[in-house]
Ligand binder design. Structure first.
Ligand code: 5GP
Ligand code: MN
Length: 339
């Protein structure tokens, strides 16, 4: 599904005294790249804009230009709350439901009487935005921010900082240009971003070649704890709180682990279950190959959502209960059953 409703936005932007750009909770490369890319672009147009993230994000994204300007709501509630209340326009990027920023911030947003802008590639967008560009066929929100800039015929404003952020967002959300959502259009945009100064080789190195030894050892352990359910073309990994503590877990360390489970021949659905370090719930990431829709599985069974081939959610009981529930749930999908 695709929707573009941007009429009048440029006028609103040029009259706005303050614009805020938000990403979702537990921001990933696309949330960071798209919000910072748009922020630099608005600043080039002399618009007073700010980026707020609900909480912190992994170190491998902290070298990106503009990182020092990002405000973290969880760390600085009063200043962020003031900014939100003073804004004339708030963009929400890489998510489409206000609950994705977390309860405290969502409450503030719901009580504001202002216009929202939405740029996003997830399914089933909420109806809170006056101005929107949504398309669930797009590889990433960062790709859509390029489209957004192009829509207003402003690609000549793209500089190295904008290009680097958008490149990083597309790179991370496409699994290095590998996922099915990667199109010729994605590659054309990537070429444009390199032309506008994105240091492509450096971006890859800064994102992927910065592993800690602890992270690699945690991956080793995760792989020894990988289980398959061949009858249902499923593989899953679990990590306990103790596993994380033993490896001095840092935010982002488990990113990508679930893909190892999905890489097994004949596996159609992969999952990773991770005990939260502090709270009593299990964070779940789901991935699929081909037609199995993990967005539906995440929405129906794990209080989450996402895309057809990549989604996430949570489970509010023990790890064992979560895995038992998952193993029982997969038996209810005939398409996962081996012929
Ligand atoms: P990940 O498994 O990497 O955390 O997330 C994969 C995809 O699912 C991302 O596009 C992310 O936005 C989405 N996602 C992850 N967790 C949740 C969740 O709790 N709720 C919703 N609606 N989407 C999620
Ligand atoms: Mn995204």
């Amino acid at each position: 599904m695709k929707k573009i409703e941007l009429t009048g936005l440029n006028r609103v932007l040029s009259n706005a005294r303050k614009v805020v750009i938000l990403g979702h909770k537990n921001p990933d490369g696309d949330a960071i790249g798209s919000t910072m890319g748009l922020n630099f672009h608005l600043k080039k147009k002399n618009i007073n804009s700010h980026v707020i993230m609900p909480n912190d994000y992994p170190d491998f994204l902290k070298w990106l230009p503009g990182n020092d300007q990002v405000m973290i709501f969880e760390r600085n509630k009063s200043e962020c709350t003031d900014l939100l209340k003073e804004a004339d326009l708030i963009f929400t990027l890489d998510f489409n439901d206000l609950s994705r920023v977390g309860d405290d911030m969502a409450k503030i947003l719901e009580n504001l009487d202002i216009d929202f802008g939405l740029i996003d590639h997830h399914r089933q967008p909420g109806d809170y935005a006056t101005y929107q560009m949504t398309d669930d066929q797009k590889s990433s929100t960062s790709e859509m921010v390029y489209d957004f800039i192009d829509y207003f015929e402003e690609t000549d404003l793209i500089d190295e900082a904008i290009a680097t952020n958008l490149y990083a967002g597309i790179l991370t959300d496409t699994g290095s240009f590998k996922y099915a959502s990667t199109t010729a259009h994605t590659h054309r945009i990537i070429a444009q971003l390199i032309d506008h100064g994105a240091p492509n080789n450096l971006i890859h190195k800064n994102i992927f070649d910065v592993n800690s030894l602890n992270k690699l050892k945690l991956l080793g352990l995760a792989l020894t704890q990988l289980k398959t359910v061949p009858k249902h073309k499923v593989a899953y990994i679990y990590l306990t709180r103790k596993n994380l503590e033993d490896h001095q877990f840092k935010k982002g360390d488990t990113e990508g682990f679930v893909n190892y489970a999905l890489s097994i021949k004949n596996v159609e659905l992969a999952a990773i279950f991770i005990e939260d370090l502090y709270l009593d719930y299990i964070k779940i990431s789901l991935r699929s190959k081909n037609d199995f829709d993990v967005n539906i599985l995440a929405r129906e069974s794990f209080n989450g959502g996402g895309h057809k081939n990549a989604a996430g959610g949570r489970f509010d009981q023990s790890l064992k209960e979560c895995i038992d529930f998952f193993k029982n749930t997969i038996t209810q999908y005939p398409e996962l059953k081996c012929a």
